[in-house]
Design a binder for this molecule. Structure first.
Ligand SMILES: Cc1cc2nc3c(=O)[nH]c(=O)nc-3n(C[C@H](O)[C@H](O)[C@H](O)COP(=O)(O)OP(=O)(O)OC[C@H]3O[C@@H](n4cnc5c(N)ncnc54)[C@H](O)[C@@H]3O)c2cc1C
Length: 439
C-alpha cells in the first residue's frame, strides 16, 4: 500500500451532514477531504428531496390548470410536457451543483470524485472517477454514505427494469398507467404527482394501511384524499410475480384477502424502503461494526465502534430526513467542540409533500408522557372555499396542555411555490443563499 495522504478530517460520502461538516471543518482551518462517487452534495439536491419537490410543484400547476375552468379561468386544452418538467428539474439540480462546488471552493475542503473503501483503520483507498487511485488517511473519519432503494425479491421484478425514484424523476414521457409498489412517503408523493401529470396510477401496499408508521386514522384520511383524487389503492396486497418490462407493459400479480389479482400497467415504480450503502466498503478492515439491517452501529453521540470514526445520516440509522442528517452534523460538531449533545432527546419533525401535505412532529414514544385522548376532528368538511381537499379545522395543536403535536394534514398551500426540504441551517455555514429550488 502506498504511503497514505494525511488529512485532519476525512469524510466518505458527501451527503447532507457530511458536506456541512466538511465545510465547517475546512473553514476552521482543518485539512479536509470529502470522497464522493457521484452526487455532488448527496441525494437531497440531486435525486431525492429537491428534485421530487420540484416535479411535485409542476404537478400541482398541471392540476390547477386542468381544473381552471371550475374556478372561472378559461384555458385551452391542457397537457403536460414531461421533457419540459424534467428540464426544469435538471436546471434546478445544476444550480444546486454549482452552489455546492462553490462552497467547496470557498471553504477549501477538497472534493475527490471517486468510490472509497477502507483498506486499514481510518484509511481509504479511492478509485477515482477520472482513473487511478489515491490512498487517504484521516485523523478523524466520518461516514455519510446514505442508502439506496430496495428492490424486493419478487419473481420477475428485477427483470422488469423497474423505476426507482431516480429514474422516475428523469422520465421524459408520461406513463399511461403507473403501478407504484409501496405506499410510504416516496411512493405516495410520486403517485400523486404522476396522477396530476395525467397518468393512471395504482398503489400496491402489502400492509393493512398506507404509511405504515403513521396512526391508522391519519393513514385512512390520506388514503381517502388520494382515492378521491383518482389514485387506485390496493391494501394488504402482496406482490407474487411481475411480468413484462417497465416502459412497455407490465403485469403485477398480487395476493389479497379475496384471492389473486392481476394489475396491468405500463410502468412500475418501486418505493418499498431503503438499504444502507455499507456493503463492500471494507468496514471490517477498519473495525467499524454494523448493527441490525446493515446500518452502522453508533452510540447516541454518533461514534462508531472504531475510535475516531463517526457516522452521519441514514447510514447511521438516523431517521431518513435531510434535516436529521444535518442535525447529526450539528451534534458531532458541538461534541467535538467540547459540548455533550445526543441524538436521544431530539424532536423528529417531518413532512410528506402530498397535496395537502402531512406534517408530523413527535418525540419517541418511550419518552412521551401519557396524553389525553385527542381525537382528530374529521378532516373532511365537504368542500373548502377553494373546493380543494380536506382542510382540518380542529387540531390537537390547539390544546394548550398537549406537550407534543401529532400529525396534521393542513389545508392546501396557497398559490406560491412550497418551500421544499431546503436545509435551513445550511445558512449556519454558508451565508450566501443558494438559488431557490423552485424557480
Ligand atoms: C425520493 C425521495 C424524496 C425525499 N424527500 C425528502 C424530503 O422532502 N424531505 C426530507 O427531509 N428528506 C427527504 N428524503 C430523504 C433525504 O433525501 C435523505 O434523508 C437525505 O438526503 C440525507 O441523506 P444522507 O446525508 O444520509 O446521505 P445522502 O445524501 O444519501 O449521501 C450519501 C452520499 O454518499 C455517496 N456514497 C455512498 N457510498 C460511497 C462510496 N463508497 N464512495 C463514495 N461515495 C459514496 C453517495 O453517492 C451519496 O452522494 C427523500 C428521499 C427520497 C429517496
Amino acid at each position: 500500500m502506498p504511503q497514505p495522504e494525511q488529512f485532519e478530517v476525512l469524510i466518505l460520502g458527501s451527503g447532507q451532514g457530511g458536506k456541512l461538516l466538511a465545510w465547517h471543518m475546512a473553514r476552521s482551518g482543518r485539512r479536509t477531504a470529502v470522497v464522493e462517487r457521484r452526487w455532488i452534495g448527496g441525494s437531497c439536491p440531486n435525486i431525492a428531496c429537491l428534485p421530487s419537490k420540484n416535479e411535485i410543484w409542476s404537478a400541482r400547476v398541471a392540476h390547477l390548470a386542468h381544473r381552471a375552468g371550475q374556478f372561472g379561468t378559461v384555458t385551452g386544452p391542457v397537457a403536460t410536457d414531461m421533457a419540459k418538467v424534467r428540464q426544469r428539474k435538471r436546471d434546478m439540480v445544476n444550480r444546486e451543483i454549482d452552489f455546492h462546488l462553490q462552497q467547496y471552493k470557498t471553504t477549501g475542503a477538497e472534493l475527490i470524485m471517486g468510490t472509497g473503501r477502507f483498506v486499514a483503520p481510518k484509511t481509504l483507498e479511492v478509485r477515482l472517477n477520472e482513473g487511478g487511485t489515491r490512498v487517504l488517511a484521516g485523523d478523524q473519519v466520518f461516514l455519510n454514505v446514505g442508502t439506496h432503494a430496495a428492490i424486493p425479491s419478487v419473481p420477475g421484478l428485477e427483470a422488469a427494469g423497474p423505476l426507482t425514484h431516480i429514474e422516475a424523476l428523469e422520465l421524459d414521457y408520461l406513463p399511461p398507467h403507473l403501478i407504484v409498489l409501496g405506499g410510504g412517503y416516496v411512493g405516495l408523493e410520486l403517485a400523486q404527482a404522476y396522477l396530476r401529470f395525467g397518468s393512471r396510477v395504482t398503489v400496491i401496499q402489502s400492509g393493512p394501511q398506507l404509511m405504515s408508521r403513521e396512526d391508522p386514522d391519519i393513514a385512512e384520511e390520506m388514503q381517502r384524499i388520494l382515492s378521491n383524487d383518482g389514485i387506485e389503492v390496493l391494501l394488504g396486497a402482496t406482490p407474487l410475480r411481475v411480468k413484462g418490462r417497465s416502459g412497455e407493459a407490465v403485469t403485477v400479480t398480487v395476493r389479497t384477502a379475496s384471492g389473486e389479482q392481476e394489475i396491468d400497467g405500463s410502468d412500475i415504480l418501486v418505493a418499498t424502503g431503503r438499504i444502507p450503502n455499507t456493503a463492500g466498503i471494507g468496514l471490517e478492515e477498519a473495525g467499524i461494526e454494523l448493527g441490525a439491517r446493515g446500518y452502522i452501529r453508533v452510540n447516541h453521540r454518533l461514534e462508531t465502534t472504531a475510535a475516531g470514526v463517526w457516522a452521519i445520516g441514514e447510514c447511521a440509522g438516523s431517521p431518513q430526513f435531510t434535516h436529521i442528517s444535518e442535525d447529526d452534523f450539528r451534534i458531532i460538531r458541538d461534541n467535538l467542540a467540547g459540548k455533550d449533545r445526543s441524538t436521544r432527546d431530539r424532536l423528529i419533525a417531518y413532512c410528506m409533500f402530498t397535496d395537502p401535505p402531512l406534517a408530523v412532529a413527535s418525540i419517541p414514544a418511550s419518552r412521551a408522557p401519557p396524553l389525553p385522548e385527542l381525537p382528530l376532528a374529521p378532516l373532511a368538511p365537504p368542500a373548502t372555499p377553494l373546493d380543494e381537499p380536506a382542510a382540518p379545522p380542529a387540531l390537537p395543536l390547539d390544546e394548550p396542555a398537549a406537550p407534543l403535536a401529532p400529525a396534521i394534514v393542513p389545508p392546501p398551500p396557497p398559490l406560491a411555490p412550497p418551500s421544499p426540504a431546503r436545509p435551513p441551517a445550511l445558512l449556519d455555514v454558508a451565508p450566501a443563499a443558494p438559488p431557490a429550488a423552485i424557480a
